[in-house]
Design a protein around this ligand. Structure first.
Ligand SMILES: [Zn+2]
Length: 222
């Protein structure tokens, strides 16, 4: 019998809809997944199903290699990186890929998000986002190269495409995407005013924030 988790399906739908409401994905872009706790099965969003119409029954179950085992649709074409993330990081319970505009703007200009906002420092343990090269997504080579770039970070930018964040659960993975997009937006706006170099969070304050995040368990693998 294939395991299932209806409340986790609902969580995935809710997170995907929130991402669309926040302008981090449009229509059916991006993809969202969660590992069914204690199993080698993953629930993922379907390929090409608009979030506005999506319900828990549209979520697809795949195995750890990304092969569909249950569902009425085909799983996302970017499932290879989700399942490879679960195989690589046993502590990861959720993965979120969004195509958020401010992150994309900064990284196409070869800028990176600095530690300009507290939430970004907390949720990425002060390490920020890793950067992967601009590649065609949706195959195992892309997944491998991107996860090698991610290393011990909690999120990675796919250049000219979007970002991918992991977490102990899908909500933490999504919180990370939100924190990164918000920091990218603030940095972009601060630069756009052209009134001077934006102040960043002082190093000693960053260190306090990272210690707090470690204590809370946001900034470490568990
Ligand atoms: Zn994408």
């Amino acid at each position: 019998m294939i395991p299932d988790d209806v409340s986790l399906r609902r969580d995935i739908v809710e997170v995907a809809r929130q991402a669309e409401a926040m302008g981090m994905v449009m229509h059916s872009q991006g993809n969202f997944s969660a590992r069914i706790p204690g199993t080698d099965y993953v629930l993922v969003t379907a390929s090409g199903v608009p979030y506005v119409n999506m319900g828990p029954d549209d979520i697809v179950t795949v195995d750890m290699e990304g092969q569909k085992v249950h569902g009425i649709h085909e799983p996302t074409s970017e499932r290879a990186i989700h399942t490879m993330a679960y195989r690589t990081y046993p502590w990861v319970g959720g993965c979120v890929h969004v195509e958020s505009p401010y992150v994309n703007v900064l990284y196409t200009l070869n800028l990176t998000i600095p530690n300009i906002l507290g939430n970004f420092v907390y949720l990425f343990a002060g390490k920020g986002l890793a950067v992967a090269p601009s590649l065609k997504s949706g195959n195992p080579d892309f997944a491998r190269i991107t996860l090698e770039a991610m290393g011990d970070h909690f999120g990675v930018v796919w250049k000219n495409h979007g970002m991918f964040c992991v977490g102990q659960d899908i909500r933490l993975a999504f919180d990370r995407c939100v924190a990164a997009e918000q920091a990218a937006r603030v940095y972009y706006l601060a630069l756009a005013l052209k009134l001077g170099e934006p102040d960043l969070i002082p190093a000693d304050v960053q260190a306090e924030m990272v210690a707090f995040a470690e204590e809370k368990g946001w900034g470490r693998a568990v």
